[in-house]
Design a protein around this ligand. Structure first.
Ligand SMILES: O=P(O)(O)O[C@H]1[C@H](O)[C@@H](OP(=O)(O)O)[C@H](OP(=O)(O)O)[C@@H](OP(=O)(O)O)[C@H]1O
Ligand SMILES: Nc1ncnc2c1ncn2[C@@H]1O[C@H](COP(=O)(O)OP(=O)(O)O)[C@@H](O)[C@H]1O
Ligand SMILES: [Mg+2]
Ligand SMILES: [Mg+2]
Length: 375
């Protein structure tokens, strides 16, 4: 493949050195240079050679994957890590921060919009933009995200799926939404037949810490201390390990995290009250494999997670999420999904920079194609 000219000026083509099959091209080019297509490989992704289609070195915006992003500072810090940005650049993917002070339609052009903001104004402007630009992929559609911001609707598709195959069974713990007066909670719980201990979770996740203020209830009398609206979920003994299963399109990767220890139901009478607990399963709390019983530490079968993820991608209409799944203690293949998070902490997902950039390129295949010589 001929390479003519050099590579500067093609915004983002700041490679000092690219490998073009056995030829090393060193230098820089002026965008819009005469003929040629450029085949280049980012130095650390040598197995992926990409050709920029069409004649001439890319005229700037028409031959690059431009991802507009609207994220909180916290999310930018945890997600936009240097290793992601540099690999993305090598693959011709450019992240452009969306300016909230200008109409979305005056920005771009974008191939993809990546977002995780909860304010209504943003949602409204994004939905308007989506109508004008159906060609732009929105990760993910606001209506689908809203579904997992409510702890009732969040798990409904998992319950409806009721996945059961030779690898195992995946359900959701018995749960009850309470919006009533606190004094009536005990009666509602008794009517629903929920067993103690019970995990009390805010019904709505609003992006603030409040949406993660969970507590454990051990006896009926204490339930009147709770502050609806809540989801009350039966506590399932699971050996102190939760599996966080990250999903990026069709890529699935599980990690182990610390979780709440088993509760001995024979001692329930000795424990009472509502006990708040911290975010026990955050990244700072990986599950220490050494102290875990073998059956507890064992990851759920990959095939089970992959079929669960595939189904939920379709049913939830989401491509970027994770699932918190636990194994019922004492069983080998009885699993419960207890939480689903939209656009979670992908920065903690092993190999996320490769997984995420490959996913983005697959979203806009006509922008780049595998050069036949490299196929
Ligand atoms: O609801 P749970 O199951 O706790 O999941 C949380 C949320 O996904 C958080 O994202 P958000 O804050 O956007 O809701 C994420 O924080 P980051 O996005 O900062 O990574 C946490 O990452 P860890 O704290 O690393 O687990 C992850 O554990
Ligand atoms: N039904 C349950 N049974 C046992 N442990 C639970 C249950 N629900 C939550 N937990 C524990 O509480 C932690 C946080 O619950 P989760 O529903 O994931 O809320 P959050 O959205 O704040 O992560 C879980 O990682 C797990 O350790
Ligand atoms: Mg969780
Ligand atoms: Mg969550």
């Amino acid at each position: 493949m001929k390479v003519i000219g050099d590579l500067t000026g093609v915004r983002g083509a700041e490679m000092d050195e690219v490998v073009v099959e056995e030829t090393i091209v060193v230098g820089s080019a002026v965008a819009g240079a005469e003929e040629a297509t450029v085949v280049f490989a980012g130095s650390d992704v040598a197995d992926e050679n990409w050709v920029i289609p069409g004649s001439g070195v890319a005229a700037e915006s028409e031959r690059r994957v431009v991802v507009g992003f609207a994220l909180t500072k916290k999310k930018v810090n945890s997600f936009m890590q240097p290793k992601l940005l540099s690999l993305a650049r090598k693959k011709g993917i450019f992240f452009v921060e969306i300016d909230f002070n200008r109409p979305l339609s005056e920005q771009g052009p974008f191939d993809v919009i990546l977002h995780k903001l909860t304010d209504e104004e943003w949602r409204h402007s994004l939905e308007g933009f989506q109508e004008e630009h159906p060609e732009v992929t929105v990760l993910d559609p606001p209506y689908a995200i809203q579904n997992v911001y409510n702890r009732k609707s969040m798990l409904e598709e998992v319950a409806a799926l009721n996945l059961s195959n030779s690898y195992g069974k995946v359900g959701v713990p018995m749960q009850l939404v309470v919006t009533c007066d606190p004094s009536s909670i005990a009666m509602e719980v008794e009517k629903a037949g929920l067993a103690f201990p019970i995990v009390a979770k805010p019904l709505v996740i609003d992006g603030t810490a409040k949406g993660h203020e969970l507590s454990l209830g051990f006896d009926q009398a204490s339930l009147s201390l709770l502050d609806p609206p809540l989801v009350l979920q039966e506590f399932v003994n699971h050996g102190g390990v939760v599996f966080k299963v990250y999903i990026v399109g069709d890529a699935v990767k599980a990690v182990r995290r610390k979780s709440l220890p088993n509760v001995d139901r024979r001692n329930l009478g000795n424990t009472e009250g509502i006990i708040p607990f911290p975010r026990v399963s955050c990244a700072a709390a990986p599950a220490d494999e050494a102290n875990l019983e073998p059956g507890v530490a064992e990851f759920p079968p990959t095939a089970l997670l992959e079929s669960l993820a595939k189904e939920l991608c379709c049913r939830l209409g989401l491509r970027l999420f994770n699932i918190d799944i636990i194994r019922k203690y004492g069983t080998r293949d009885q699993f419960y999904v207890i939480d689903i998070n939209y656009f979670p902490g992908f920065g903690k997902m092993p190999e996320y920079e490769h997984i995420f950039t490959d996913f983005l390129l697959k979203l806009v295949p006509n922008k780049y194609m595998k050069h036949p010589a490299c196929a």
